[in-house]
Design a protein around this ligand. Structure first.
Ligand code: SF4
Length: 436
């Protein structure tokens, strides 16, 4: 690890560590049977994730596994493959219970209402008790229609997340998203009327043309809909226009916008859950706060990851349209035997399990619990990673009681702290990955 100070100074926006290790560290593995992989795992509280890799447009900042302009036949072939995969996985898992459900993408509501019903027939295979299972679905302003939302509400969706990014049309257009506010307002009205308890709105800062004033305008407009959650994402793909004002660096601009946004939300009664996530005071915790240090995750579909304690696996990954389409074609043609096996992923040794635990805990406002770490690994984080003391020296973290938590400054630098904790071998794999 380089020193944390170096990391912060040179790359305050190193990477968004939403999962460790990142998928670009995954590689081909010798085939393993799913039933063997899950044999000794706790399957009583599983998280089921379904990935729908279709969108109406490709946003310029997006590096998720998704495709645009999919044909109706590809969608139906995909749903058929998903059903086959679900059947096989359920068999291979044996006795198991789904405690949380998330449907993401892509844009799940890109599917027609009839296809969404088919999607729930697939989740039915896992015997989900929808009324008592927290669930989350992603949507977009163009596809959050009353008929689709009614289907989500009928299945007791607890949380819906919509990517708005900005309420200034020119700013959103700069990242390849020609979006009309009238459409966004009607989507947000539809979501509120559908009675889904938690609304999350995703917003982005660092956009072309964005100023502190326009950013606050976007935040104020979002709050008119009283969302229970707001995610503030820094833009990671540098825009070609409208930046570098007054000779300041893009990092400085993003940091100023972050601080303005954070302070505004705190003033308005929101609580900070992580660098990106804010929750309105008194709102319930939804799937957005799912903590997966210990629990198993079962992913269905192209682009979905699955986690056991020692193995993370998925399909191959791509962002470019040719690569995505090739992986999708392969997925819909996979045999049942193929679905019962894992070919691609990352085996976590003890060191990487510890790093994962620390990263996932530390970047969340609830922090790193020393007793929980000790119960899992039989040691303490500072013994395993003495470098963590730098966090205290730089005023990025405090230790209180049995917990290490990031300070406000630490949360601001989450995107430097996360990558600083990656293992060298993981960094090497990520750098050696050829993005398709
Ligand atoms: S709608 Fe979401 S998943 Fe689709 S391209 Fe845009 S950001 Fe990516």
């Amino acid at each position: 690890m380089s020193t944390l100070k170096q990391h912060i100074l040179t790359t305050p926006y190193g990477a968004y560590t939403y999962a460790y290790p990142h998928k670009t560290a995954y590689r081909q593995l010798p085939p393993q049977q799913l039933s063997d992989i899950w044999k000794y795992e706790d399957k009583s509280q599983l998280f089921l994730y379904l990935h729908i890799p279709f969108c109406e447009m490709r946003c310029g900042f997006c590096n998720l596994f998704t495709t645009v302009n999919a044909s109706a036949s590809l969608e139906s072939e995909y749903l058929l493959a998903l059903r086959r995969q679900a059947t096989i996985i359920k068999e291979q898992l044996g006795d198991s219970h789904i405690a949380q459900l998330a449907i993401g993408g892509g844009t799940p509501t890109y599917l027609s209402p009839a296809e969404l019903e088919q999607l729930y027939e697939i989740t039915d295979l896992f015997g989900i008790d929808y009324a008592n299972t927290p669930s989350s679905v992603e949507t977009s302003p163009a596809t959050a229609t009353v008929d689709r939302l009614n289907i989500l509400a009928e299945h007791h969706t607890q949380r819906i997340s919509v990517g708005v990014q900005s309420f200034v049309e020119e700013e959103v257009k700069s990242v390849g998203r020609p979006q009309r506010n009238s459409k966004v307002f009607s989507a947000l009205d539809n979501i509120r009327k559908a009675g889904i308890p938690i609304l999350n709105i995703d917003l982005i800062y660092g956009l072309a043309w964005q100023t502190a004033e326009s950013w606050l305008f976007t935040l104020r407009t979002a709050l008119e809909f009283q969302p229970e959650e707001i995610f503030l994402y820094p833009l990671y793909v540098r825009p070609l226009t409208g930046i570098g004002k007054e000779g300041r660096s893009w990092d400085d601009e993003r940091q100023e916008l972050y601080l303005r946004g954070r302070d505004y939300l705190l003033e308005q009664g929101y609580q900070q859950v992580s660098m990106r996530m804010f929750r309105r005071g008194g709102s319930p915790a939804g799937e957005g706060e799912y903590c997966c240090q210990n629990d198993g995750m079962v992913g269905l579909g192209c682009g979905a990851r699955s986690y056991t304690r020692q193995l993370h696996y998925s399909n191959e990954y791509a962002v470019g349209q040719t690569g995505v389409k090739a992986i999708l074609q392969d997925f819909v043609q996979r045999s049942d035997d193929d679905f019962a096996q894992v070919h691609y992923g990352f085996q976590l040794d003890d060191d990487n399990q510890k790093r994962r635990f620390i990263i996932q805990s530390l970047l969340h406002s609830s922090g790193l619990s020393l007793p929980l770490y000790h119960a899992r690994f039989g040691s303490l984080p500072m013994q395993d990673f003495p470098q963590l003391s730098e966090l205290f020296l730089l005023d990025l973290a405090t230790e209180r009681g049995d917990r290490i938590t990031l300070t406000a400054k630490g949360l601001t630098y989450s995107d430097a702290i996360g990558p600083w904790l990656y293992a060298k071998s993981v960094n090497n794999l990520m750098h050696g990955y050829e993005l398709k």
